[in-house]
Design a protein around this ligand. Structure first.
Ligand code: HEC
Ligand code: HEC
Ligand code: HEC
Ligand code: HEC
Ligand code: HEC
Length: 243
């Protein structure tokens, strides 16, 4: 019986210790998020933009992109002195822990390539990717995807700032614009111009619409029933006359 009690108490001690450790791990604050959100303004904007983003939803925290040490214990931010804050900052954002401030050019590609190897090489091999790395006004990943709320941008709206003619842009892959894409684009544009001139000729027989809304479907159904009714009446009248 004593042995049973002993086993029971060991069991409960193990349960309590495990619970405490896991709760503690869950509660360990992310130093980057804690400090930056308390700083306000331009330094807190990345936290606001990142919250709710696809990266935040997938636990891609600040340090996974910027490096640095997110486990520095900042404690109660409100009670940190100016000097303590500077020390914690230096510790979290140290070069020793691989901190990267604002990457650009190849360094930006390297940052994203940690996880998006295929997407980065697709873009790096493209006309615009090469223009970006060479400093020739090509768009960076961030121009299209933002730095902290990494959305899939609306095409062609996101292209407007640099391209006057964006016709056909929604039919190509903007991540891998190559010489072949430029050829394909000119074919798409010729076709688009062709369709435009065709559309301006008078149309005698209206094309059957491909997408109908519920109202139009109802209207057509009603029309069909009505025509059937008239036909029925006609047949009835003819049969009546024969008799
Ligand atoms: C204790 C406060 C504190 C902590 C912790 C902290 N930061 Fe900062 N961070 C700052 C301050 C203050 C600045 C502005 C420094 C300046 O402009 O010289 C800053 C600036 C930055 C910048 C902009 C640098 C630039 O040159 O524009 C980045 C990026 C950044 N922090 C990322 C991080 C990341 C990632 C972490 C976590 C690993 C982190 N920070 C942790 C206080 C902090
Ligand atoms: C997906 C990777 C990624 C994540 C995650 C990320 N950043 Fe950044 N951050 C960047 C890039 C890229 C830039 C440079 C943006 C630019 O050049 O406009 C940047 C810039 C910054 C800057 C400088 C902004 C400025 O206007 O000078 C700060 C501060 C910063 N990040 C803080 C953070 C904090 C805090 C977090 C976590 C909440 C975070 N970042 C998460 C990629 C990331
Ligand atoms: C530490 C890993 C990591 C890094 C570094 C990283 N990402 Fe991501 N990213 C992810 C994960 C995980 C997802 C969500 C799963 C997915 O769709 O691949 C994601 C999703 C995305 C998406 C949305 C894709 C979609 O299909 O909706 C974009 C855009 C994106 N990341 C851009 C970037 C950019 C730009 C950088 C560099 C500034 C970057 N990421 C750096 C891990 C990372
Ligand atoms: C000119 C705008 C533009 C630039 C610059 C750009 N992207 Fe994209 N990206 C898009 C669009 C639009 C999509 C969605 C359509 C598609 O998948 O091709 C996309 C898709 C993605 C995806 C989803 C998966 C995939 O490969 O389709 C990821 C991840 C991504 N981009 C990351 C990046 C990274 C990292 C960079 C920089 C190396 C970058 N993008 C540069 C416009 C851009
Ligand atoms: C920051 C400016 C910028 C943005 C934004 C931008 N581009 Fe470009 N684009 C360029 C530059 C620079 C070139 C290279 C011009 C050259 O070297 O001939 C280029 C070249 C191209 C080309 C090759 C043929 C041509 O028209 O010159 C295509 C296609 C293209 N971009 C499509 C897009 C699409 C699609 C988007 C939006 C998803 C986009 N671009 C957004 C700057 C931009």
């Amino acid at each position: 019986m004593d042995r049973m009690k002993y086993l029971f108490s060991v069991f409960w001690i193990v349960v309590i210790v495990c619970y405490g450790v896991s709760a503690g791990a869950d509660q360990r604050a992310d130093a980057c998020v804690t400090c930056h959100s308390s700083l306000g303004g331009r330094l807190a904007d990345p936290v606001t933009a990142w919250s709710g983003s696809i990266h935040q939803q997938n636990d891609i925290t600040c340090d996974l992109c910027h490096g640095g040490n997110a486990e520095v214990d900042v404690g109660d931010m409100a009670r940190l002195s100016g000097q303590a804050l500077a020390e914690k900052q230096a510790l979290a954002m140290s070069k020793d822990s691989g901190f990267i401030a604002k990457p650009s050019g190849q360094a930006l590609f390297d940052m994203c390539a940690e996880c998006h190897t295929a997407s980065v090489s697709r873009y790096a091999d493209s006309i615009m990717g090469k223009a970006y790395v060479a400093g020739k006004n090509g768009p960076s990943c961030v121009v299209c995807h933002q730095a902290h709320n990494n959305i899939i941008p609306a095409v062609p709206e996101v292209c407007d700032s640099c391209h006057k003619d964006t016709s056909g842009f929604s039919q190509i892959d903007p991540m891998s614009v190559t010489a072949a894409t430029v050829d394909k684009l000119s074919r798409i544009r010729i076709q688009l111009i062709g369709e435009k001139t065709k559309g301006s000729r008078p149309v005698l027989v209206p094309a059957f619409p491909e997408d109908l809304d519920p109202y139009q479907i109802g209207f057509l159904a009603f029309g069909a029933v009505f025509v059937l009714f008239l036909l029925g009446c006609l047949v009835y009248v003819i049969l009546e006359k024969r008799e």
